[in-house]
Design a protein around this ligand. Sequence first.
Ligand SMILES: [Zn+2]
Length: 880
Amino acid sequence: MHSRTRRFAAATVTLGLLLAALGTTGPVMQAQGQVTSPEQFFGFQMGADRKLVRWDKAVEYYRLLEKQSGGKLKVVDVGPTEMGNPFLLVVITSPANQAKLEAIRQMNLTLSDPRGVPEAEIRRIVAEGKVVICQTMSMHASEVGGVNMAPELTYDLVSRTDEETRRILDNVVYLEIPSFNPDGAIMIHDYYMKYLGTEYEGGPLPWLYNKYIGHDNNRDALTMNMKDSQYVGRLMFVDWKPQAYVDHHHMGSYGARIFVPPYAEPIRPLADPQVWREMQWYGGHIAYKEEEAGLSGVSNTSQYSGWGHFGFHWITPFHNIAGMLTESASVRIATPLFIDPSQLQGGARGLETYKEQMNFPNPWPGGWWTLRGIVERQKVSAWATLDLAARNRETVLWNAYLKASRQTERGAKGKPAAYAMTARQHDPLTLNKLVNALLAQGIEVWQSPKGFAAPDGMTYPPGSFYVTLAQPKMGLIRHLLGETHYMDNEHTRRQDGTPIRPYDMGQDVLAEFMGIRADPLDEAVKADFVKVTAPITPAGTVAQAAPFGYIIDGRLNDAFRAANMLWDKGVALRRVSTAAGGLRPGDWIVPAGAGAALADAAKTTGVDFAALKAAVTAPTHEAKRLRVGMYRRYRGGNMDEGWTRWLFERWGFPFAEVYDAEIQKGNLNAKYDVFIFADDSTGMITGEPGGGRGEGRGGQSFASVPNTTPPEYRSGIGNDGVAAIRDFVQKGGTLVTLGGATDFAITRLGLPARNAVAGLDAKEFFCPGSTLRVRVDTAHPLGYGMPAEALVLFHYSPAFDVVATDVNDRNGIVVRYADRNVERSGWLNGERYIAGKTAMASMGLGQGRVVLIGFRTQNRAQTHGTYKFLFNALVSQPAR
Ligand SMILES: [Zn+2]
């Protein structure tokens, strides 16, 4: 199969050379011999068994191609990754297009937002413009196909001189991200090479394949916290707005060889319908080209539903970009995998059986599966995408105009017509962060300097924001700001009524995650709005004279950042314990005379240091920064731990990363006041075989066999670790457990609590990634600064019954689910099982306590609305 493919490619190249010799390829075409091939440069064919491209060598290769390409290729060093490696954009198009790239970009931006542009101008741009296509490689670094395919694809584009290639270069500006995760590409390469030839060859990386978040880097498209995400988001959502995007991934090993567009059911509503049709169009051409090249095992309209998470390929349709995905069957990094025909199976969404069918007409027969097989299929899919765009340039560009103008029209005519976000939020500084997140998505946001009134009579004070839906990204705005319910129909339940797990969460309402009120307005408002053109980073103020000291509003998340800056400078802080004299529990008291340290904190965080008008009469307590340790494990790493680590760094909380050996040594109280287990299964924490939700928790996308992990990385705290944690709490420590780790605390430390929704059949209770209504005890030190009614993110989370004991006073219920109407957004099936249950509790144990936070309090560093529950636990509390 592979050799046949190579012969086919060779024949195409020969034809190109022949045309060049006949002088029909134009004056700028380069003879093939002057371009160094990947084989020549790397010393092996891309995808060869047990060979991987290292990212630094790939960077060298693209720079070499830039020199040799005769002006067809430009390398842009976009900036450093989180670990300081170069993040590259490779721009490939004809030299003539390269010379007018900025003009092409401007034309493209006009098509993607044609508001107010005369149709004649649109038609001129469609005639003169170029299709812009973006493709990204190996965001999930263990899915090595993309990084190893791209050098060959790039080489073909700049060296081939046949008609098909020329048509692509003339009609398409191809924006290639040859690695969407350079840090991970290096880790995967080095780890693989280290164990090559040993019994651990091809095993999973024991830690996350980038600095913080591993597999969740895709989910970062929503708020773009990481540098890599910011680079690609800026490129696609603001600077270029391509017509199509393909993100190349891997999947499991035993089904189809490659999944290509379009997606399966269900699709997420509110995108322009044409964008889904485009994905069928591209996908049809890709699948056709795969068969033409003699490549078997290609499936589409299966496995990956059109309603996924808002990762890069799934959020792009709402940017009016045909946002697509390929998923290749994994090998063991670069080690071939033998698959017996009997081991091939269907069972996936839309691919129930492994047999010929409309969306899978040519099953792969089994045998040796290799990285080369992946590289070949991925390359054809990448090439076919460019080919279709090149053959249909005017249609694709006209579609871009249609999508943008029709979405704008829908937004103008539909209800709601706009969202208003009052400046009078519970935490106004977090409102700015939401606005900045919208700007990063290329969404237009307006602000009212004088305030405005909505037609329904609601008034909005000066500084309030307004987002009209009469703009091209209206579908995205609806999903980020408006209540959203996952569909409950035949596409989302099996015939017996069992809900089918959504690919990720049931919704992505960022405003709800961030605790921001966004009011849908039925009618548009006309007022003196000013367009917000740059991210908002307000400087806070410091009162001139403050003889009684200062106060920081405890409702602000940024108060914690300011507190950390002040603690760094040795300023002693207090917090209000009980409401009195206009002060709220959790408000921060800064002593008079701390003046010099305050200016910097105000400027950086945006918090105001207001003067206290009199000596504080409300009860206060010392607010000390506690010494924090957080469990860090191997077995693929823990993404939730990585997000938490990133969050703490950003908010200035010092902490230590603690591995098994340190825990097992015991005496944790000597170094830590608070110890954190991020969301995890009990089995993954303890290291018991079969006790966890599997290695997949860490985000490796292939089934891993535990014995492929070297002994030094087979982590788990074991019985000694459990004993040390119990000892820590009993001697006065605070143990904070998040999400699934609450089960570890309850079962291993014997807490009088149980998970009220454990073991329920999905037909009875099912709740994927939904925002649920809760009531907060704001007088409890862990609930300080929160509103009494809030939203939390529930993602297959536990909820608790606190069991009656003789010392119930030692247990505090901080957050409870609402008694009725619990779901705000998402999908809650079986409300009665969770209504009124405990969402967060503080449980006394010996001299210390265990904090159980069942919901996702800091999920993917997106749920700003519930950060305070975690942050409060890192600060000293009133004596009991
Ligand atoms: Zn992936």
